[in-house]
Ligand binder design. Structure first.
Ligand SMILES: Cc1ncc(COP(=O)(O)O)c(C=O)c1O
Length: 371
């Protein structure tokens, strides 16, 4: 093999389903010198991360911290700690990530009851109520913002139904957190996970999670040990809790980045940030409509941070994406599963959600489509 040259990443505008662009100060934070994972300065910073995550999740849950791993690690963390072989679990599926959640539950040995809606539609609370009739499942799992389809399912009523059935409520907020309202305490969410690379605008690599006291009790009073050593909350608590004993070597630079990203989110203010996401979504929708293009997901429940743009008849969607990337340095995503070839997934997440980016994309799309 020839000796490789230094890698230089091209400058892209990240307007796909994630990662989104990171703020310069977040990238700069990653270039700080490393300290040890038990260094007093690092431990102090970990405390600040936990506090800021509680503010962003809108929770007082003590067990709130970032799992070392991407969003899928947060999903597995919640499932492996809460679910034991033979448990009944209800999983809502209206896209790729609901499917993944069901598979993870199955791999934990759960008997999974699936509540399904067509891709692009939300999960209706009445569907969950029906699935819960005569059942006492351990947990109900829901993807708040389905990144594969651009649909935002309302949570509160489903969470209420889960609790009435004696189940824990698990929520995926990988794409929703910091881009629209996520209120863990008000919605009584027992287990929640997210990812750093979407509306938090940080590189991928950490998965913020939060467990209620009730969920923690479930994890602490299991019949069997948690099958994953790496994701066992009882062990992780030794590091992220007050004891501060070695469990694994925390990804130091990623935690610097998350600290700075959370600081920026709180400096902007949650509601101001959500409003910004809404306004840029509306700007995109208006511009698309002028070009005769629309959004494929259910009206009234369309995500601000992930827009499922309908590909016009006769257009080769992959070729448009390639031209956007090659000639305009803009990344957008393709449709998945039944939506493959039918939509472009346009992310307006965190730093990427700016009016000038919307205009740049609309201009580029117009010039490609007019050809
Ligand atoms: C809703 C949702 N859940 C889970 C995941 C998995 O996260 P990751 O790819 O960071 O492992 C994603 C990733 O796009 C997602 O959008």
């Amino acid at each position: 093999m020839q000796s490789p040259t230094v890698f230089h990443a091209p400058k892209r505008l990240l307007m796909g389903p994630g990662p989104s662009d990171a703020a310069p100060s977040v990238l700069k934070a990653m270039a700080m010198p490393l300290v040890g994972h038990l260094d007093p300065s690092f431990i102090q910073m970990m405390e600040e991360i936990k506090g800021m995550l509680r503010s962003v999740f809108q929770t007082t849950h003590n067990m709130t911290f970032p799992v070392s791993g991407t969003g899928s690690a947060g999903m597995e963390f919640c499932m492996v700690n809460l679910v034991e072989p033979g448990d009944e679990v209800v999983v809502c599926i209206n896209g790729v990530f609901g499917m993944r959640m069901a598979e993870v539950a199955e791999r934990c040995g759960a008997k999974v009851i699936k509540v399904e809606a067509p891709w692009g539609q939300i999960i209706e609370a009445s569907q969950v109520a029906k699935a819960l009739e005569g059942r006492k499942p351990k947990l109900v799992g829901l993807v708040h913002a389905e990144t594969s389809t651009g649909a935002l399912t309302p949570v509160e009523e489903i969470s209420e139904l889960a609790h009435q059935a004696g189940a824990l409520m698990l929520l995926d907020t990988v794409t929703s957190l910091a881009g629209c309202e996520v209120n863990v305490d008000k919605w009584q969410i027992d287990a929640v996970y997210s990812g750093t690379q979407k509306c938090l605008s940080c590189p991928p690599g950490l998965s913020p999670v939060s467990l209620s006291d009730k969920a923690l009790e479930v994890a602490q009073s299991r019949r069997e040990r948690v099958q994953s050593w790496y994701l066992d909350v009882n062990l992780l608590n030794g590091y992220w809790g007050t004891e501060r004993v070695y469990h694994h070597t925390a990804p130091i630079s990623m935690n610097y980045a998350l600290h700075e990203a959370l600081r920026l989110v709180l400096e902007e203010g949650l509601e101001t940030r959500w409003k910004r996401h809404q306004q840029n979504h509306e700007r995109l929708v208006a511009g698309l409509s002028e070009m005769g293009l629309g959004i494929a997901s259910q009206p009234g429940h369309q995500l601000w941070q992930l827009n499922a743009v309908t590909v016009p008849e006769g257009i080769d969607e992959a070729s448009v994406r390639q031209q956007l990337l090659k000639d305009h340095q803009i990344e957008v995503g393709a449709g998945l599963g039944p939506l493959k070839g039918k939509i472009w997934r346009v992310g307006l997440m965190g730093e990427s959600s700016r009016p000038e980016h919307v205009d740049q994309l609309l201009g580029s799309l117009k010039s490609i489509l007019s050809r």
